[in-house]
Each structure stands twice: as structure tokens, then as C-alpha cells.
Design a protein. Structure first.
Lengths: 169, 436
């Protein structure tokens, strides 16, 4: 049914969603993953994303928005193509987490929750990423870079700038 | 990719397949994979639960509840389907052990989920990973698909007539979703706000059905227990604390990493021998023994066995096993501020003592840190934290109050130094609070 209708998602994402709503005891269990995968596809959760997901699951748009606002990874505005997340929580803080954040700010010329003018990078200070023993760490989209030194971090960011960075989807 | 470390004092039960390529199902099978679950099918639920009880395994998610007992609480007869839920939300600062299990031994999680399912009479398990763990989710998803392809999952598994399915799930960023009932809400497609207990999940859990929820490490340990026998597993650990555990040692040590040590292993030795001692030959100032919510220990308090009971007796907790080591250069006020900022950010806002309490604690510590604090702020912090304890719907309130109390009680002088202008912050406050 959904497949014949127009969708705002890529064919892969649409196919994934068709399946996702069938694998749980209740359809609504697909909501949180769908929001995240939709964001991966479209870049952020737009009004159109909310509308289509609400329809696919059979709940109201308000239900969707209510859930969406709870989860910190979900966003209603676009970010950079490469979203650089720096952990400054305790284990990272003890091993130059703030210096890592500062280096990103300087190198990218942007602050927390800002995006570069060319739309390539955005930056966010985040909570513990579950990589504490290999601090300091940044996550670019879904890829982790751990045990960073200033040189390693420079290279990571340069690689993304030049289109050589890893991209786990 | 996180690097693996090793130390001769380690007892590798859970981590013995790390670095061996066991995410590949063939390799896993070569290394005794899926033998435990076949024994479990043959011998039945009573045997599984007896072995789990004998093992003395206590939940690795933080609270240390005996796993065999938890499984035995699930009613045998139930009108509603029963579920197994694996908690891989891993978000307690200082904790990164489940990360390695998903990366190196995803089939152990799958096999453990099946064993838990057999023990309680469930046909469906969920493996929930935090949203940031996308690359790990892909590894787990591949492992699940491979297990289906071999006929280990689905209908008539191993040709025994037993059915069992596993669904993987991603979160989307929220520490609070690691709390068991909040996790169920999230899996039902809702905000991660916890449920009032009782009823407990073993009776009314996911979709209203009886549910066993365990940490990913707890679940991955189950196959090893069945393979080596509950009693043999128990013997490796200390009294009432069976087996081994993945301890994360982070912060100011020479060799940070995740090490598998017997329960009851000496904390001082863990830091100085296993972790290689304090980085740069500096002096030790404090240790947070089990993730950011566990009260701090002073250097003179660390000659202690790492198990739930011994740390409890010392006024702290074993928690998630994330040992965070602080050297003499750390400002405790700054560290306390970073800790409370986290809990303030993560409070779901449902109950007032937690929502308002974390906010005021952050403001008060922040003011002291910025140099504008007064002596009575220190007393206020204690008063606030003491009054949050035990007055919230879920343990996040305690998780915020307990470490804060520890810092002001054990390092009061430092807070006073900030108030009296003898100590000053080096990083501007905005840097810490700006994110949240
Ligand atoms: C705020 C909060 C966050 C939690 N986060 C986690 C988590 O990330 N992973 C986890 O396994 N348990 C977490 N827990 C503990 C769970 O509620 C639950 O006790 C645990 O998953 C049970 O498994 P276990 O018996 O195997 O330890 C958290 C608890 C609270 C209160
Ligand atoms: S203690 Fe905090 S996180 Fe837990 S229910 Fe209350 S407000 Fe939410
Ligand atoms: S504290 Fe930074 S990854 Fe855990």
C-alpha cells in the first residue's frame, strides 16, 4: 500500500519502513527507529517527515512530535553534512575533551550547535558516547575517532573536508 | 576502533573471543558458539535457572540484582506473551564495556537472549542499542541475520521444534531510556518516561507482558555460565558475587581500557597494576568506582574488593563497573559541576525533586565554580541532594544526588577554597554549561 503512494523518502528508506512496521507486536514500536532513519535520509525531521511517519504508523502528528522532542539525536533543523560531536563528559574531560572541543571550534570556525557557511560541518558538545576508555573521542555522524591527539584530529577533519572521510549509514 | 588491552591478572571468560573475529558466525561456532543454547533446549528451564542461580551472577547494568532470581520471578503461565529485553543503551559516563561485546562477540548476546527466552518461556527477544552505536547495530544485525540463515533463530530452531525470534532496535539519544521501564516505553514508540513500580517488569513489562530485562553484559555471560557450570563460575568471584566482570578503567591512568577481572579484585591493584598506575607519575586524588553516579572514594579508601557488597559497605557502589581515576591536578568542583550538568541535562522532568533538584544543584555548584558562591551554598547543596534521595519515580534522582553528596562531603575544603577566593576556575563556566 505505502509503496504505491508517493513518499518523500529514498526507495531504500521507504522499503525499510514498509518492513519496519510489520516486525513488532505493535506498529508504533517502529516510531523511534523510523525517526532516526528518516533523519539519516532527509537530514532532519521536517514537517513532511512527521506527516508521512504519522500516516505510516497510524498515529497523529502530535504523537510523533511529542516523541521526537524527547530524543537528543533527533533534530528539526538541518545540520552540516558532517556533524562533529565531541564528548566532554567525565572520562573525556580528564583526557583533554575540552581541548578537543576547542580545537574543533578553532579549526572549523564555529561554536556549539553551529554550522559552517558552506554547510559541510556542524559541531556539538555531547554527553558520554560510550567510548570512555579511549578518550578523547569525537563522533562524526556515526563514525568514532578515539584516542585522539591534536594531529590525529586535524587529519580526521581534513579527510572529511576533502571527501575522504568514513561514512557509516 | 577501540583498542584491546590485556593484563596477566585478567580471567578471560566473557572476553575470551575478543579480537578473535568471533563476530563471524563460523568463528563463533569454532569457539563453542551456540553449544550452550542447545544444552539449554535439551535440559529445560529449571536447569537453566538453577545454573544461573548457582553462578551468583548479578546484573551488570548497575543495580547488581541476582540474575537467576530475576528470571525465576517470571510467571510460568501467562495469558500475554513474554519477552526478553536486552539493555544496550550504555550511557552511564565512564562505561564502555557493552561496546566491546557488541563489537567482538555479538553472537554471545544473541545466544544469551535465547537462553533467557528459554528460561522464562518467551519466543521473542529485543536487543536495544543506543542510537549512537550505529556501527555496532550493523554488526549485531548481521549476526542476527546469519543466525537466522543457519536456522538458529526463527521457527523450529536447531530442528528442535522450539521457536525464537530476535528483533534489534535503535534508540535515538537519551540516558534515561537506559532505565528499564523507560526503555520499554521507548520500545513501544513513546517518550522515555519511566513507569511506576510495582508492577515490576517480570509481571507487567513490555506490551503488558511479563518481561525479563538485562544488561547486555549480563546476557552475554549466560552462555559461558551454562558451558562451565554455575558453581565453577561462582568460584571465580567473591562471596555472593559470582564470576568476572568487564571493568573499564578510564581517566588518569597509564593504560586505560576494559579489563575482565574477577569480582572482588582489589581496586588499588586494578588502578596501579592493571591500569598501569597514575599517568605521568602524578599523585592519585580520587576514584569514581562504578560510573558517574557512584560516590567518590578517597585514595585511602581504595584498598577494597571490587564487588557489589564491599563497595556498598564503603558507602559507594559498584554500579556499571566504570572506574574513573582522577589525579591531583583535577578540580573536584569542576568535576562535580560536569557530573551534575549531565544529570540535569538527562532528567526526564517528570518528578519535581529530580527536575528542580538537578537544576538547582547545577546552578549552585556553577556559582561556586565561577567564584560567586557563598559558604551557605555548600550547605544548600548538601540539603538539596539529601532531600532528593529516595523521593523520585526512578533512580536517576539518586544517581544525581549521591555523587554530589560524596563530592561536598569528602572535598568540602575545595568548595570552600572557591568560595573564599583561594581557588579559581581555569575554564570559563560557560564552556561547561554552554552545551546544555
Ligand atoms: C537512569 C538510569 C539509566 C540506566 N542506564 C542503563 C544502561 O544504559 N544499561 C543498562 O544495562 N542498565 C541501565 N540502567 C539499569 C536498568 O534500569 C536495569 O536495572 C538493568 O538493565 C537491569 O539489568 P541487569 O539486571 O542485567 O543489570 C539504568 C538505570 C537508570 C535508573
Ligand atoms: S527521577 Fe528524574 S529521570 Fe527519573 S522519573 Fe523523575 S524526573 Fe524523570
Ligand atoms: S565520557 Fe566521553 S565517551 Fe564516555
Amino acid at each position: 500500500m505505502a509503496a504505491e503512494k508517493t513518499t518523500i523518502f529514498s526507495p531504500e528508506t521507504a522499503a525499510r519502513f514498509d518492513k519496519l512496521v510489520t516486525i513488532y507486536p505493535v506498529k508504533r514500536s517502529a516510531l523511534v527507529p523510523m525517526l532516526l532513519y528518516a533523519q539519516d535520509d532527509i537530514g532532519y525531521i521536517s514537517d513532511a517527515v512527521v506527516a508521512e511517519i504519522a500516516e505510516r504508523i497510524g498515529i497523529t502528528e502530535l504523537d510523533v512530535r511529542n516523541v521526537l522532542s524527547y530524543y537528543s539525536m533527533l533534530r528539526t533543523k538541518p545540520v552540516g553534512k558532517y556533524h562533529v560531536q565531541v564528548c566532554t563528559n567525565i572520562s573525556c574531560m580528564l583526557r583533554d575533551g575540552y581541548a578537543t572541543l576547542d580545537q574543533c571550534k578553532k579549526k572549523l570556525g564555529i561554536g556549539h550547535k553551529e554550522t559552517t557557511a558552506d554547510g559541510l560541518f556542524s559541531l556539538e558538545e555531547v554527553e558520554c558516547l560510550g567510548v570512555c576508555c579511549w578518550a578523547p573521542v569525537v563522533q562524526v555522524n556515526y563514525d568514532f575517532y578515539d584516542q585522539l591527539t591534536p594531529e590525529k584530529l586535524d587529519k580526521v577533519l581534513d579527510d572529511y573536508r576533502e571527501g575522504r572521510g568514513k561514512e557509516t549509514k | 576502533m577501540p583498542s584491546l588491552v590485556s593484563h596477566p591478572d585478567e580471567v578471560k571468560i566473557l572476553s575470551r573471543r575478543f579480537g578473535q573475529g568471533a563476530a563471524d558466525i563460523e568463528k563463533y561456532l569454532e569457539m563453542d558458539g551456540y553449544k550452550a543454547v542447545q544444552a539449554a533446549i535439551e535440559k529445560g528451564p529449571d536447569w537453566i535457572i538453577a545454573e544461573m542461580k548457582a553462578s551468583g551472577l548479578r546484573g551488570r547494568g548497575g543495580a547488581g540484582f541476582p540474575t537467576g532470581m530475576k528470571w525465576s520471578f517470571v510467571p510460568k503461565q501467562s495469558a500475554k506473551p513474554k519477552y526478553v529485553l536486552v539493555n544496550g543503551d550504555e550511557s552511564e559516563p565512564g562505561t564502555c564495556k557493552d561496546h566491546l561485546i557488541f563489537l567482538h562477540d555479538p553472537h554471545a548476546v544473541i545466544e544469551g537472549t535465547m537462553i533467557a527466552g528459554l528460561a522464562i518461556g518467551s519466543k521473542l527477544g529485543f536487543i536495544y542499542l543506543r542510537g549512537e552505536y550505529r556501527y555496532l547495530l550493523k554488526i549485531v544485525e548481521k549476526a542476527v541475520a546469519d543466525a537466522y540463515a543457519k536456522g538458529f533463530l526463527g521457527k523450529n530452531i536447531f530442528g528442535t521444534g522450539v521457536d525464537f525470534d530476535i528483533v534489534t532496535q535503535t534508540g535515538a539519544g537519551a540516558y534515561e531510556v537506559g532505565e528499564e521501564s523507560a526503555l520499554m516505553e521507548s520500545l513501544e514508540g513513546k517518550r522515555g518516561v519511566p513507569r511506576i513500580k510495582p508492577p515490576f517488569p517480570a509481571v507487567v513489562g513490555l506490551y503488558g507482558g511479563p518481561t525479563v530485562i538485562n544488561n547486555a553484559e549480563t546476557i552475554a555471560t549466560a552462555p559461558h555460565i551454562l558451558l562451565m557450570g554455575g558453581e565453577a563460575y561462582a568460584k571465580v568471584g567473591s562471596e555472593r558475587n559470582g564470576g568476572t566482570r568487564l571493568f573499564g578503567i578510564s581517566g588518569h591512568v597509564e593504560r586505560p581500557g576494559v579489563y575482565e577481572l574477577p569480582m572482588g579484585y582489589n581496586l588499588k591493584r586494578a588502578i596501579y597494576e592493571v591500569g598501569g598506575g597514575i599517568r605521568g607519575g602524578k599523585k592519585l586524588k580520587a576514584v569514581v568506582p562504578g560510573g558517574s553516579s557512584t560516590p567518590v572514594l578517597l585514595p585511602e579508601e581504595i584498598d577494597i574488593g571490587l564487588d557489589f557488597d564491599q563497595l556498598g559497605k564503603a558507602g559507594s557502589m559498584l554500579g556499571s563497573g566504570g572506574i574513573v581515576v582522577l589525579d591531583e591536578t583535577v578540580s573536584i568542583v569542576e568535576f562535580a559541576l560536569r557530573t551534575i550538568s549531565f544529570y540535569q541535562h538527562e532528567s526526564c522532568g517528570w518528578c519535581i525533586p529530580c527536575r528542580e533538584g538537578t537544576d538547582w544543584l547545577k546552578k549552585s555548584i556553577g556559582r561556586i565554580y565561577a567564584g560567586g558562591g557563598m559558604e551557605k551554598d555548600i550547605d544548600n547543596i548538601r540539603y538539596l541532594a539529601e532531600n532528593m534521595m529516595g523521593r523520585t519515580f526512578c533512580p536517576l534522582g539518586d544517581a544525581a544526588a549521591m555523587p554530589t553528596l560524596g563530592f561536598v562531603k569528602k572535598f568540602r575544603q575545595e568548595f570552600e577554597d572557591y568560595v573564599n577566593g583561594k581557588a579559581r576556575s581555569e575554564t570559563p563556566l560557560l564552556q561547561i554549561s554552554g552545551a546544555h
